[in-house]
Write a protein of this length. Sequence first.
Length: 319
Amino acid sequence: MVEKDWIGADLIFDLDGDHLPGVTDRDFPAMLEVIQEQAYTLWNDYLQPEFGFDEKYLQVTFSGHRGFHLHYRDPSLFQLDSEARREIVSHIRGEDVDVKSSLARYHQGDRTGWSARINQGMAKVVEKLQIIARKEKGFTLLVDELHQGLVSQAKRENRTSSKGKTSIQKLADLLVNEQRVNRLLSGNFGVLDRYESLFLDLLKTDTSVVLANAGEADEVVTIDVRRQIRWPTSLHGKSGLRVTEFPLARLDPDKSTAFDPLSETIALPNDAKLSVQMIQDECRFRFYDKMWEPKLGETIEISEAGATFLILKGWAKVV
């Protein structure tokens, strides 16, 4: 390996839908919709405007299974080492962002980057806390979600989180007062008294800020300068779907010409029928225009492509 003389590597972003909180590949179409939106956000909100990346160096591919790959091949970046690539991912994820300073810059007129993202996410966090305070439907799940975010953030920073669910509830109760909320949204954190640091931590870790407004990239793939990536036209061994390249313009899920991985990457025959029995429950999948939601133990007749997908996923067996 030493004698191979490493000369460079593409900059690659790997986005997998099952890495996002609240997303499961058991609802395969919904997972792909979410991760396609994340992939487009990664390019449109980060790589192009904030890093100045040029589309002519970009290759976009469906990974063949749970997400998308963005390959960036600018020769001037080939020799970026792992640490430099890690810094790019850290910026995208919002790690080490000074929340208070970012909001201060926003109120001073900076409407770009994380200043704008934190301000946008702030209203969403306040809304969640008000739902908790009013004990609306699902409020306990919100408390769990916010608490888990705090724990995860503390783990990433190699510390122990001292903020419990009771503290989240008490912070939420403060935000029943609309005057206090208005002052908070204008940047006055003093209205939160001893819960200011908790609110800032929630802003930094809540999924509405860190994930919904950020492309979630697999850090290991991006920083590994010697990693092999699935090649376009190959078939993925966990789905039977084809790794497929397509134009950046079709990555935008809101366009009428948006790329559809569940009809455009099917490589195996769709006419021959096979009988398979479901061995997993609550699985939802689609091939071309037909949606399937079979129950555990149900036997269905499906195309060779569909049967291959289900068997490779471990969702069904041939009968």
